[in-house]
Design a protein around this ligand. Structure first.
Ligand SMILES: Nc1nc(C(F)(F)F)ncc1COP(=O)(O)OP(=O)(O)O
Ligand SMILES: [Mg+2]
Length: 218
């Protein structure tokens, strides 16, 4: 029996757009998010990382502007890594990886919010579930340019392997996902795809978001 919360999380995962100011090819991230929402993204994560990433007040200011757009469009606003920022903004959730704050501590400090955790092994997945994760981010599924410290490319087999092992928690694949390969990520029984550059640096953000929505609708 799948509980109501799990169903609600699954409904948020189909097209999970992740972006920060460094992903937008110099375009205004506010405009990029508005276009991605118009194209039908289902969830948004603010991930401000990389050499020229904003810090301090500028990062908070951009996060506030992007959260406002999400709220106006009933899209949950998730913060990557930064628990203080997530709490300060009263974000809808946070995503942490294996090298970030421990998920159980985050769950305790940011309770009844959406908690996503990156996992690369069954053990990491089982620990994340124990810690109260609402979904897992698995990847990189394909080669990615959006994360310079990405682990080894896993392929869609990692999703099938986790499912065959009895991991039933909502899963989103991440890493190098495009409208052309998104369908096979869903066929491997992920509940959605997480996308950075294919949408953020697209010449037509709205149309690209739409094509992901088509590719992931079951
Ligand atoms: N940010 C992410 N979001 C997802 C999500 F599931 F939301 F798609 N999955 C995986 C990651 C990667 O998280 P992490 O390993 O901490 O690296 P970084 O902090 O550089 O993103
Ligand atoms: Mg992280």
């Amino acid at each position: 029996m799948v509980d109501k919360r799990t169903e609600q999380i699954k409904e948020l995962l189909p097209v999970y757009f992740i972006m920060g100011s460094t992903n937008c090819n110099g375009r205004d991230p506010v405009r990029v998010l508005e276009e991605a929402i118009a194209g039908g993204i289902t969830l948004f994560q603010f991930r401000e990382k990389g050499e020229s990433a904003l810090t301090g007040k500028e990062k908070v200011r951009l996060a506030e502007r992007l959260k406002k757009i999400c709220q106006e469009n009933h899209i949950p606003f998730i913060v990557n890594d930064d628990l203080d920022l997530a709490i300060e903004l009263d974000a809808h959730g946070i995503h942490v990886g294996q090298d970030d704050l421990e998920a159980d501590i985050v769950r305790e400090k940011f309770s009844n919010k959406i908690l996503g955790v990156s996992a690369h092994t069954i053990e990491e997945a089982e620990q994340a579930i124990k810690d109260g994760a609402d979904y897992l981010g698995l990847g990189p599924i394909y080669p990615t340019n959006s994360k310079d410290d990405a682990r080894e490319v896993a392929g869609t087999g990692i999703i099938e392997c986790f499912r065959n092992h009895g991991i039933t928690i909502p899963i989103v694949g991440i890493g190098g996902i495009t409208p052309a390969n998104a369908e096979e990520v869903i066929q491997a029984s992920a509940d959605g795809v997480a996308v950075i550059s294919a949408i953020a640096s697209s010449s037509d953000v709205k149309e690209t978001a739409k094509s992901f929505l088509r590719a992931t609708s079951k």
